[in-house]
Ligand binder design. Structure first.
Ligand SMILES: *[C@@H]1O[C@H](CO)[C@@H](O)[C@H](O)[C@H]1NC(C)=O
Ligand SMILES: *[C@@H]1O[C@H](CO)[C@@H](O)[C@H](O)[C@H]1NC(C)=O
Ligand SMILES: *[C@@H]1O[C@H](CO)[C@@H](O)[C@H](O)[C@H]1NC(C)=O
Length: 262
């Protein structure tokens, strides 16, 4: 006979857990229920009702060359960094200085994280991975630099981070955030100045899907090895391992601009 006692305990425990969760935290989400994000919490409604959401599919034949756009000027002085995961994605959190300057505004580099496969598409093509470097200005507005990767040679940043990725993979999908220190983050990898990039107004690609993000997607596709894509997936929960990329969102009349510094 199966005793109902442990079942009752489990029921009570999960009830308390859900109760505590709803009152102080935003609910977790995953990529097998991407169409339900907007109804999970009032703070997530932009995910379903927003009109300038990200990512998008960029039609490279339908972009506006804007001669007034400026190069993305980036300065890095990173003192410390750590690699962390919440089972949804893998991210590098920076402490120190890292600036992105354009249109007279300075944004500070906060973190960067990866999506596998890519979230942005070029002419319908989805790539192996996408890196998002997240910058925040003094007024809280965000600017994200997106870099697409196709399968090929290993990416030097991920080669540098291999020991930390291997450490995170030892205990995948935990119910708490896992953090591993990066003793020396070599910021020379981040310093390159892109000659061409697309810009459009969009949103965070994860809940709460806030629409205060200026997107800058670099036109040049970089390369990543199969092993590195697997290493990015290894620490994640099953639903997000399959993919942690939100589908392309409607443009709703937005135009994509192109900066061409050539
Ligand atoms: C929901 O958003 C509001 C306004 O930004 C914020 O003050 C509040 O803390 C958020 N709720 C949760 C649970 O984070
Ligand atoms: C960098 O990390 C080390 C070790 O975690 C810590 O002791 C030090 O205070 C950090 N430095 C800065 C500038 O954050
Ligand atoms: C995704 O999240 C939903 C709601 O929290 C949950 O019911 C579902 O089991 C999750 N899917 C996976 C594969 O973890």
């Amino acid at each position: 006979m199966i005793s109902s006692f442990p079942a009752l305990l489990l029921f009570c425990a999960s009830f308390v857990f859900i109760g505590a969760f709803a009152s102080e935290d935003l609910p977790l989400y995953n990529y097998s229920e991407v169409e339900k994000w907007g109804s999970k919490h009032p703070n997530y409604t932009a995910c379903s009702t927003g009109k300038r959401q990200s990512p998008i599919d960029i039609n490279t034949n339908d972009v506006v060359i804007n001669k007034n756009m400026q190069p993305l000027t980036r300065n890095y002085h990173i003192y410390n960094a750590s690699l962390s995961t919440d089972g949804i994605e893998v991210e590098v959190v920076f402490t120190g200085r890292g600036d992105l300057m354009f249109d007279g505004e300075t944004y500070k580099l906060k973190q960067m994280h990866w999506h596998t496969p890519s979230e942005h598409r070029l002419n319908g093509v989805q790539y192996a991975a996408e890196l998002h470097q997240v910058y925040v200005a003094a007024d809280g507005s965000r600017s994200v630099v997106g870099i697409l990767f196709e399968y090929g040679k290993p990416d030097p940043v991920l080669t540098m981070l291999k020991p930390q990725l291997d450490e995170l993979a030892k205990e995948p999908c935990q119910d708490h955030e896992r953090i591993v220190a990066i003793p020396r983050f070599d910021s020379r990898f981040l310093r390159r100045r892109p000659r061409k990039y697309y810009r459009y107004p969009g949103s965070l690609t994860t809940p709460p899907c806030d629409e205060n993000v200026i997107w800058n997607v670099i036109t040049k596709v970089k390369s990543i090895s199969k092993d590195q894509v697997e290493a990015l997936k290894a620490p994640l929960c099953e639903a997000n391992k399959i993919k942690n990329a939100r589908p392309a969102q409607p443009l709703n009349g937005r135009r994509v601009q192109l900066y061409d510094g050539n």
